[in-house]
Design a protein around this ligand. Structure first.
Ligand code: HAM
Length: 409
């Protein structure tokens, strides 16, 4: 007997059955609509990148999670874990020709060998919004505003989520004031970002390994109690712009937002559900040095990544698990083989009128046809029997109201 292979997708990878696609389409639809409403241009790239571009300094979580392999010519390649390095490469390659500031968007499939938890898979789609070549904090306001807009389009209420904002510059200033040298800040950011995910004792050990004294570690933890960002010009301006644009109620200052990726330089933010049940919905910030790091000209940049996994889980809980499937189109069926041509003609005519038509492929009993039409979420249904065809009329039934309307065949 031949060996059966497993029917399951590899661990952490996702199959999308039609009912999953209705959710994916709903979420992607909101991503695309918001990007367009905010004037972002779509771009794309291959999911395979060179490993060297994606891999970063030791200690960074994402760097350790990269799926990588050698091709037959011994090129070291990887599946992208995020889009940002690829975006930086694409911009650097055409830096002389491109007109800045540029606003680009994509929905990128990303792979990370993560420990599997709620909201974290080994494969996810990530909506990216980036503005390259703009120093003004209005760039931050626009990307956050667009992401908030997408959440509202998906059907969430303003009270369902909050964007937590901070600034690495502000935090760096506070660290420096308490005597922690700037060259140690990257290590402190990396360690403090782990708060809540590992015990404080381990975080303290990470900081000491990075060269901090006991007094420095105590000071760093004390700074994490900061509740007020007044005096930080970029955050004050961001809150004021959010007020003007109408989404200040969705924003709050939170010193504990640091972000795990090392390229962020200024404002950083992360969005969470207000009940605190899920992982981060989206995250991003300013990364003014990434282009120079990979060999491009110095350029400021701001952006965010918004995954499909967490938001879909949140939507299913808040809106109900079949909220994505809308009733649409007309189901057309027939009782006997003799009515098949009339059904085909009717389907052709309805499609020519712009209707979505699901034509039955074989004769059916009316009961079976209507129950299938219900399940397939048709908005309307027409069933042709011998009498209908003889009389030259058919009845279109509205599946929600059960009302019928006659049409001439
Ligand atoms: P990130 O925080 O690593 O940032 O990921 C952004 C978002 O992608 C997360 O908030 C989450 O929604 C989703 N995400 C990440 N990993 C997973 C996973 N394993 N499973 C499901 N969802 C996941 C970045 O990737 C930055 N490159 C974002 C960015 C763009 N910054 C500037 N521009």
């Amino acid at each position: 007997m031949a060996d059966r292979i497993s029917f399951e997708a590899p661990r952490g990878m996702r199959d999308f059955y039609p009912e999953d696609m209705t959710w994916r389409n709903k979420v992607f639809g909101a991503f695309r609509a918001s990007a367009e409403a905010y004037g972002f241009e779509p771009y794309d790239a291959c999911v395979v990148e060179s490993y060297d571009l994606l891999a970063r300094k030791a200690g960074e979580e994402v760097g350790e999670q990269i799926y990588h392999f050698y091709d037959k010519s011994e090129r070291h390649l990887a599946l992208r874990a995020e889009m940002t390095p690829t975006l930086a490469r694409m911009v650097a390659q055409r830096q002389k020709e491109l007109r800045f500031p540029l606003k680009w968007t994509t929905i990128a499939q990303c792979f990370r060998y993560e420990r599997m938890t709620k909201g974290r898979k080994r494969e996810h789609y990530q909506w990216n919004l980036d503005i390259i070549g703009e120093d003004s904090v209005l760039a931050e306001a626009e990307v956050i505003g667009a992401a908030v807009d997408a959440l509202l389009r998906m059907g969430l209420g303003r009270g369902d989520f909050k964007v937590h904002v901070s600034s690495r510059k502000f935090l760096g200033g506070l660290l420096e004031k308490s005597g922690i040298a700037p060259e140690l800040h990257a290590q402190v950011f990396l360690a403090l970002d782990k708060r809540g995910k590992m015990p404080d004792s381990e975080i303290a050990a990470m900081m000491k390994d990075g060269g901090l004294s006991d007094a420095d570690v105590t000071a760093a933890f004390a700074i994490m109690d900061t509740k007020d960002c007044s005096g930080c010009a970029e955050l004050e301006e961001l809150f004021s712009l959010a007020q003007t644009a109408g989404f200040a109620d969705c924003l709050e200052f939170d010193i504990s937002v640091i972000r795990g990726l090392s390229y962020y330089t200024g404002v950083v933010f992360e969005c969470f559900d207000t009940k605190g049940e899920f992982r981060a919905i989206f995250g991003g910030g300013r990364y003014d040095n990434l282009l120079t790091t990979i060999g491009g000209e110095p350029t400021s940049a701001v952006g965010l990544g918004f995954g499909d996994v967490v938001v879909t889980e949140l939507l299913k809980v808040r809106l109900g698990s079949d909220a994505a499937a809308e009733k649409k189109g007309v189901a057309v069926g027939f009782m006997f083989q003799e009515q098949r041509d009339a059904a085909v003609r009717l389907a052709a005519r309805l499609r020519a009128d712009g209707e979505i038509v699901d034509l039955a492929l074989r004769p059916q009993k009316p009961k079976k046809f209507f129950s299938h039409a219900d399940q397939s979420r048709a908005a309307k249904a027409v069933f042709l029997g011998p009498d209908d065809v003889e009389r030259g009329v058919a009845r279109i039934k509205d599946m929600a109201t059960r009302k019928e309307k006659e049409v001439v065949l």
